[in-house]
Design a protein around this ligand. Structure first.
Ligand SMILES: CC(C)(COP(=O)(O)OP(=O)(O)OC[C@H]1O[C@@H](n2cnc3c(N)ncnc32)[C@H](O)[C@@H]1OP(=O)(O)O)[C@@H](O)C(=O)NCCC(=O)NCCS
Length: 132
């Protein structure tokens, strides 16, 4: 996961293997994965926050991203009646994926993300109601 995440987010602070170990040891965290991508979600108070979604760049555009997000929603739907996430306003592919799955924009955090080049990007907060 650390390798795929670093490759998928080349201009962001790297998440270390220990970070992923902590996520996997957290009983509130759910993992959905294929051979080339994964999504992590944390369920609290009937809402699943999608912590990250990453697909190996060599295998993007082959359905792995949609698969892992849909699986994560399926795995958490008995415990969560809504999903939310933050995504960079500059991230066209991810925005297209989430809008296609029915997420809607509910907020914007100005300059939320720092890139390694020092630039700031707004984060959009997206939400999806999940039927039981
Ligand atoms: C965003 C990401 C997870 C999508 O995963 P993927 O496996 O490449 O996407 P999929 O093949 O499942 O495509 C699903 C949908 O996403 C959108 N999409 C994917 N790649 C796209 C691209 N290059 N341009 C525009 N839309 C794109 C499309 O809506 C696509 O549906 P379609 O095939 O019917 O047009 C992947 O590109 C990635 O890891 N990017 C870098 C990390 C990242 O941005 N993570 C999300 C942060 S919140």
């Amino acid at each position: 996961m650390a390798r795929i995440h670093a490759a998928a987010f080349p201009n962001r602070r790297v998440w270390r293997m220990e970070d992923f170990q902590d996520f996997l040891n957290d009983p509130y965290v759910t993992l959905a994965a294929t051979d080339h991508g994964f999504a992590l979600g944390k369920t609290v108070a009937q809402e699943v926050e999608i912590l990250t979604v990453a697909v190996d760049p060599a295998h993007q555009g082959q359905g792995h991203g949609r698969q892992v997000v849909q699986d994560l929603l399926k795995f958490t739907k008995t415990a969560a009646n809504a999903a939310f996430l933050e995504v960079s306003a500059e991230n066209g592919p991810a925005m297209a994926l989430y809008l296609q799955l029915g997420f809607v924009e509910v907020g914007r955090r100005k300059g939320y993300y720092a890139t390694t080049s020092g630039a700031r990007e707004d984060a959009l907060v997206l939400r999806l109601g999940v039927s039981q």
